[in-house]
Design a protein around this ligand. Structure first.
Ligand SMILES: O=C1O[C@H](COP(=O)(O)O)[C@@H](O)[C@H](O)[C@H]1O
Length: 238
């Protein structure tokens, strides 16, 4: 049964599914259409994905989508400052679950250079991204605490990342609630996306997202993605 609509503003387009597998397939199809449109229009496509546990079914479904992957560049919206082969690495997640099947031909640009401290790594990534093309598709996730990308409530670095007039594309954040310093795309960098999607699962995240309507982004960073002038494609399953 299709889950009930979330209590969210009308500019959020809701895609609701009964299961994680249906939601992942639908998001993969939207991603494939969006990337193909970008390749047809501009010759290349730029996709940014999130880390964590929940994107795995989506990344695997997307890896099987037939499209001109050799023209697709994949990046990360956030990363933990760990070696690329660490279990916590979002780069490892992408290599394991997305860069296979048809998608093995995509170009992957990791966010974090192993061995660097978070601030130096953020500065280097910021320089690379600042001159890059607009993302065609950004797929965000959200933690139970309302963080998105690696913009955690109250974490050092988050305020700079949420500054709508900030000039950085990437900041270092230092959440106290989870292991590892992080790198995160900033609000201005995320807002450059031609299409912005958010994939969440479960009732805890549903209520957290609903409670973010009208909330201060410093308290619930996901609130920054609910701006009326920012069309958002929400994918939800219980
Ligand atoms: O730490 C992170 O958490 C969020 C949500 O992760 P999940 O495990 O609940 O799916 C994710 O969006 C972010 O990219 C990740 O680094």
């Amino acid at each position: 049964m299709t889950p009930a609509a979330l209590a969210l503003p009308a500019h959020v387009t809701q895609h609701r599914y009964a299961t994680a597998s249906e939601a992942a397939s639908a998001l993969a199809e939207l991603a494939a259409r969006t990337l193909t449109t970008a390749i047809d229009a501009r010759g290349s496509a730029h996709l940014y994905v999130s880390g964590g546990r929940s994107p795995v079914p989506f990344l695997e479904a997307l890896s099987r989508q037939p499209l001109a992957w050799q023209h697709v560049t994949v990046g990360l919206v956030d990363e933990r400052c760990v070696p690329a082969d660490d279990d916590a690495s979002n780069a490892r997640l992408v290599r394991t679950h997305l860069l296979q099947n048809a998608a093995h031909a995509a170009l992957f640009e990791p966010l974090y250079e192993s061995g660097l401290d978070a601030e130096t790594a953020a500065q280097r990534a910021d320089t690379r991204l600042a001159i890059g093309p607009r993302p065609d598709l950004v797929v965000l996730g959200m933690g139970d605490d309302g963080h998105t990308a690696s913009l955690f409530p109250g974490a050092p670095g988050t305020a700079a990342g949420l500054d709508p007039r900030g000039t950085r594309s990437v900041v270092a954040t230092h959440p106290q609630t989870v292991p590892h310093a992080r790198l995160s795309l900033t609000l201005p960098a995320l807002r450059r996306a031609r299409t912005l999607a958010l994939a969440i699962q479960g009732e805890v995240k549903r209520h957290r997202l609903e409670s973010a309507v009208g909330a201060a982004p410093e308290t619930l960073p996901i609130a920054a993605m609910l701006d009326a002038d920012l069309p958002l494609q929400l994918f939800f399953n219980p």
